[in-house]
Structures are given as C-alpha cells and as structure tokens.
Design a protein around this ligand. Structure first.
Ligand code: GDP
Ligand code: CA
Length: 326
C-alpha cells in the first residue's frame, strides 16, 4: 500500500509517527510532502522548520515536549549571537539544530536542490518515510498585521516573525510569496497520483496544507488522483489544539470548526479536495453536516497525545480510506 501525506510541522509529524506505527514497512511505503513556506534564512543559514520537525520526530531526535527542535538541546550559539547584538534574537536556534542548517546550507550553496539535500539529511535520521519538500523553489508565507511600531499602518512580516516573535496578533491577510511561480519538487506529483491513499493530516489548513496546495499542479493532482483522499481535523471543539489556525482560518473565509475546515477543503465529487473527513468525538454532532458536503465522515478521538493515540488516529484514517476504496 502506497500512502502519501501532505504535512506541516508538529500536527503532521505526530500523525505520521502514529501512521508509521499503524502501518509498518515493508507492507507499506509512506511518502511525505512537506511544507517549506515556513522556511527562513537566518544568519546566512537556510532553516526548514516543518521538514526538520518531521525528520526529527520520525528519526527519534525531536524534543517531545516542545514538539520542535532537538532533544537535549543547548543554546550557546544563540546566546553568543545575542551578545554580539545581532538580530533576530527571537528565533530558537539550538546548537545541535544548527548543525542541520549548516549541512543544508552548505549543500544548497554547492548547487544541490532542497529535495536532494533533504534526502541526504534523512540518510542520517532514517525517518522510515520518503520526505520530499513541496518545492525546490523559494516560497515564503508572509502575514499582514497592524504595524506594532507605527499606529494606523500595516506591515507584512515573515510567518516566523508573526508566530514566534509576535505570538500571532490579529492578521489582515496571508500570502505565500513565490508560490505562483514555484514548481513541485521531483516526485511530488507522482507521489500524489500513484498513491493508494492520500492523507491530509491535522496540519494547519492555511499555512501548512494551504501553502503546499498553492504550488501549481499539486491541488490538481489531489483532485484527480485515483487514491482515496482523507483528512483529519486540526480543529477540535471549535479551537486548534495548538498553534494559530484560529487567527488564520477567517482569512480564507473558513469557520474555526471541524465542519468549517471540511467545507474549506470541500468534497472531490463537487470539485474540492477530499473524499473523507475525521472529526473528534467532541464534534460528533457535525458528522451529518460534513456528510451533507459530500464527504464520508466519522467521529473518533483525535488528540495525538502519545504513540498509542497517534496510532489509533492513523488507524481510523486508514479504515475510512479503506471503506471509501470499496
Ligand atoms: P506546525 O507547522 O508545527 O504548526 O504544525 P502543523 O501545521 O503540522 O500542525 C498544526 C495544527 O495541528 C494546528 O492547527 C493544531 O490544531 C493541530 N494539532 C496539533 N495537535 C493536535 C492533536 O493532538 N490533534 C489534532 N486533531 N490536531 C492537532
Ligand atoms: Ca509550520
């Protein structure tokens, strides 16, 4: 069975660790198309937070509590940079993590595309999935906010500044700069077209899944694949489990609810992206309305608390896909 998953950072990675446990190789192969619109250049280094979260989580190197970055991390380089007074000081660059960005940047500077670099980094981490960036081209999410330094004015900031430095203030619009001209990385469209099951995990619908789908050719591949396409709600009882999806969903005219996100993605039979949708038990009352959208729907526990709950969510996702395929 070939399974392909579109993934952001923490939500995607936690789902994937459950999926890998629920469906161990060699019976299955899992391809992951990772969001790169969170990427940022810092101190001359290319940082890919979502790719690294997936790689570290599946490779056993993640700090489980934070959900990002390396376990047993130290922060000496960050403190030294701050002592020099160099900006930005708000981004968490740990000493261990820095090695990843150094290797990545060195390879990029030598001319390798990000997809090849990611494959090389994964040779160390052995994530048990094929991790492919959505594109080798530069795409960056920027968010328009009220300028904190100039009352009455607005300013566009990089997504990382919006989230990490400013803690998600009110946003007026969000744009994936460069997405229109980006090309899917080698293997991305094939991984969607050749899949038996395509999964949209509980990643952020706007700045993780939305940016992947914004790369020309990817959404079309999702619409036309012969795979069953199933999604898992990142919204439980009207709120994101973590992160800022509640601030960003209104910008794409989506309601902050499991039903609202289902409506945002839409049913493939009506030109949308999904065939099936899982909501949490807390949203069981939404199942009928999700089905009215043209989606197969089920309510199951959707908190990804630990390996066992993640594996159960993944198993429920595969079960829904299996029912759709018959
Ligand atoms: P990020 O790139 O690190 O922000 O991670 P993702 O985009 O992959 O995932 C963020 C989304 O995951 C948020 O919208 C959260 O609501 C959702 N999420 C986080 N933890 C859970 C969980 O335990 N269950 C579900 N259903 N969603 C979750
Ligand atoms: Ca992210």
């Amino acid at each position: 069975m070939r399974i392909t998953v579109l993934s952001g950072g923490v939500g995607g990675a936690r789902f994937l660790s459950g999926l890998r446990a629920a469906m161990p190789p060699p019976e299955s192969s899992i391809s992951v198309i990772g969001n790169t619109a969170d990427d940022i250049w810092l101190f001359g280094l290319r940082v890919c937070p979502d790719l690294d979260t997936v790689m570290y989580t599946l490779g056993g190197g993640i700090d489980e509590e934070r959900g990002w970055g390396r376990r047993d991390e130290t922060w000496n380089a960050k403190a030294e940079l701050a002592a020099y007074g160099v900006q930005p000081t708000w981004f968490g660059l740990g000493d261990r993590d820095l090695a990843t960005h150094l290797v990545r940047t060195q390879m990029l500077n030598a001319g390798y595309p990000l997809s090849a670099v990611t494959e090389a980094l994964c040779a160390r981490w052995q994530p048990g999935v094929r991790l492919i960036p959505m594109t080798d081209d530069r795409v960056e999410t920027h968010v328009v906010i009220d300028d904190p330094d100039a009352p009455g004015a607005r300013r566009a900031v990089h997504f990382q500044e919006y989230w990490v430095r400013l803690h998600a203030p009110v946003a007026h619009s969000v744009v994936a700069l460069g997405a229109d001209e980006a090309v899917p990385a080698p293997g991305v469209v094939e991984a969607i077209k050749d899949a038996d099951v395509l999964i949209v995990p509980p990643s952020n619908p706007v700045v993780s899944i939305g940016t992947i789908l914004a790369v020309p050719g990817i959404a079309d591949a999702v619409r036309t694949t012969s795979a069953a396409v199933v999604g898992v709600s990142p919204i439980i009882a009207g709120a994101p489990v973590r992160g800022m999806a509640d601030k960003l969903l209104p910008l794409v005219d989506a309601e902050v609810s499991a039903l609202g996100v289902a409506e945002h993605y839409g049913a493939r039979r009506f030109g949308g992206l999904l065939d099936g949708w899982l909501v949490d038990q807390a949203d069981a009352a939404d199942v009928a309305a999700v089905e009215d959208l043209g989606l197969a729907a089920r309510a199951v526990p959707l908190y990804l608390r630990d390996p066992a709950t993640s594996a159960a969510v993944a198993a429920a996702t595969l079960a829904l896909a299996a029912d759709l395929a018959t």
